[in-house]
Design a binder for this molecule. Structure first.
Ligand SMILES: Nc1nc2c(ncn2[C@@H]2O[C@H](COP(=O)(O)OP(=O)(O)OP(=O)(O)O)[C@@H](O)[C@H]2O)c(=O)[nH]1
Ligand SMILES: [Mg+2]
Length: 337
């Protein structure tokens, strides 16, 4: 039943029905029983899209910039999915913002699908949920997936791990260049935008970002094994561009630069390499998820677990010793089956 339903939705996804896409996203977000049957087909058959991660501290203008970017990228007929992820408020998203990006006249763009990701985190957490959604988007015919996330901590770095190209958005007056560096986002940024370039201080922000980039590049070069690129490959130096999201100024150049980054990755064989790496990571995290579930099921069936829990609840025993005992019991049991 669940399998049949998943197959039906997968079929509808492939023919590009937006409703099937919405439904598939909800399944994955909520860890619905249909999700794993669907994902099996998605991973077996869906291509890897080009994934652009967009991050930067609150108020820099990411949400204002993304619709411009998506529309420009869609101009050549490409279908774009935008996934907006806010790890700090996982339950506020859903369809609140509508499923499509609207233009200035309030018209929905036919080739841009927009979705706020509202995940409960599930077993595998937010990053794995986003990784699955990227492939679901590809199954639905989206060649480019933009992932917008608020950039201030470890969970964003996890989400950005599914991206091929990372765009870091800054703006003058936020002190964000320093903050971004602290979060480690600076090191993973491929393209930087100083948004709100209509405001005073934009040039200074750009200058300090360039300086910070030079520093981190110098450090990277000093690490052993740095510079090991294929023959004839060029080093990508993250460019810093100015944008005004309110008017769309600088967005065309930003798109061109993002596409250029993709082309460089492709020429170097890095695109395929990253896809393999992303699949490997997904395999590893899924493996841990499955192992944990199975072990928990096994522990729940052990009388020993009840006894140890009762002892601890009664104020007796040592929690670490109890955990070790349980681990021994579970793993021995596994080995003898
Ligand atoms: N002057 C000026 N204001 C801008 C520009 N881009 C965005 N803003 C304004 O800046 C504010 C924040 O923009 P958002 O797009 O919501 O910023 P964000 O990065 O998505 O913020 P979070 O979702 O909180 O992380 C809004 O009031 C925008 O209207 C710009 O280029 N120039
Ligand atoms: Mg935003």
């Amino acid at each position: 039943m669940v399998k049949a339903e998943a197959s039906q939705v997968f079929g509808d996804l492939r023919t590009g029905r937006p409703r099937a896409f919405s439904r598939a996203i909800s399944w994955v977000e909520n860890g619905a029983p249909q999700a794993s049957a669907l994902l099996e087909q998605v991973y077996a058959q869906a291509p890897h899209p080009w994934v652009v991660g967009i991050t930067g501290v609150g108020g820099a203008g990411k949400s204002s910039l993304v619709p411009h970017l998506a529309r420009r990228l869609a101009e050549d007929g490409t279908r774009i999915a935008v996934l907006a992820v806010d790890p700090s408020s996982p339950l506020t998203g859903g369809a609140l913002l509508g499923d499509r990006i609207r233009d200035a006249n309030g018209e929905q763009h036919p080739r841009v699908f927009f979705r706020s990701v509202a995940t409960r985190g599930g077993q595998g957490g937010l990053a794995t949920c986003v990784a699955d959604l990227v492939r679901v988007a590809a199954a639905a015919g989206h060649e480019i997936v933009l992932i917008e996330t608020v950039g201030a901590g470890q969970s964003e770095l996890g989400i950005l791990q599914v991206a091929h190209t990372v765009l870091l958005v800054n703006a003058p007056g936020l002190g964000d260049d320093v903050q971004a560096q602290k979060a480690g986002v600076m090191e993973v940024a491929d393209v930087l935008a100083v948004n709100k370039a209509d405001r005073p201080g934009a040039l200074d922000t750009a200058a300090s970002l360039r300086q910070a980039l030079q520093l981190s590049e110098r450090e990277a070069h000093m690490r052993p094994g740095a510079n090991a690129l294929p023959d004839g490959a060029v080093h990508w130096h993250p460019p810093v561009l100015a944008t005004v999201a309110l008017t769309g100024q600088g967005v065309q150049e930003l798109c061109d630069t993002l596409r250029e980054h993709r082309a460089v990755l492709e020429r170097q064989g890095r695109l395929a390499e990253l896809n393999r790496l992303h699949d490997l990571r997904r395999m590893q995290s899924y493996f841990m998820e499955v192992v944990q579930q199975r072990l928990q099921a096994r522990i729940a069936s052990l009388a020993l677990a009840d006894r140890l829990e009762a002892e601890l609840a009664g104020g007796q025993g040592d929690p670490l010793a109890a955990a070790r005992l349980l681990a021994d019991a579970v793993l021995e049991n596994q080995a003898t089956r």
